[in-house]
Each structure stands twice: as structure tokens, then as C-alpha cells.
Design a protein around this ligand. Structure first.
Ligand code: FES
Length: 112
């Protein structure tokens, strides 16, 4: 069995309201991850493409955060409306969505 062509990790971390860093899933609904699962199913992309919920990916200030491996594509500010085009453009089409991309120089910046 080949490995995943795309393994999508969707941050579903929740922090208490008022947290300094914020979080990617403030209402704890995991709606973003559910949307990825539904869109993948609609396109019959399993089992080679998978979306899993993840804990904090440590890019909270840029969230909601999604990372796709093995391509190591980091997307930030992801909304439910972005999910179909992430699947169509990035997963199927192999194109980077520049408006969502977290550039490498912005990843893992020191926190104040
Ligand atoms: S809470 Fe999502 S990256 Fe930290």
C-alpha cells in the first residue's frame, strides 16, 4: 500500500476565551476538519489523501492553521470557504494558494 499523497493536518486546538495566543478552533466544533473530510469524500480521494485533526501546530497567531505533508505546505487564516479550493487547487492541481500560504520566514517566529 502506498503512503499518503497528501496528509492534511487541521489544527483543532481550543483555548479558553481571552487567551493571548488565540486558537484555531475557538468553539471546539472541529468544523474545519469535518469540512476537509467531507470534501475529500465527495471527490473520492481516500485512502491516499487524509485529513486528521491535530493539536496546536504552534502557529496560532496565523491560524486557523493547516499543514499538508509531505509537501510541507502551510496555510493560515483558513476558513470553511477555503476548503474546496485547497482540495481542488493544491491537493488535486498541485498549485499553491498564495493568499493562504504562510511563508517559511513567518513560521516558528519567536513569541514575545
Ligand atoms: S492553536 Fe492552532 S496552531 Fe496553535
Amino acid at each position: 500500500m502506498p503512503g499518503f499523497t497528501h496528509h492534511i493536518f487541521v489544527c483543532c486546538n481550543r483555548r479558553e476565551p481571552g487567551s493571548a495566543r488565540g486558537c484555531c478552533d475557538p468553539d471546539g466544533s472541529e468544523a474545519l476538519r469535518s469540512a476537509f473530510k467531507a470534501e475529500l469524500k465527495k471527490r473520492n480521494l481516500g485512502p491516499l489523501v487524509r485529513a486528521n485533526k491535530s493539536g496546536c501546530l504552534d502557529q496560532c497567531e496565523l491560524g486557523p492553521t493547516v499543514v499538508i505533508y509531505p509537501q510541507a505546505i502551510w496555510y493560515g487564516g483558513v476558513t470553511l470557504a477555503d476548503v474546496p479550493r485547497i482540495i481542488d487547487e493544491t491537493v488535486i492541481g498541485g498549485r499553491i494558494l498564495e493568499d493562504l500560504l504562510i511563508p517559511a520566514e513567518k513560521l516558528n517566529q519567536p513569541r514575545e
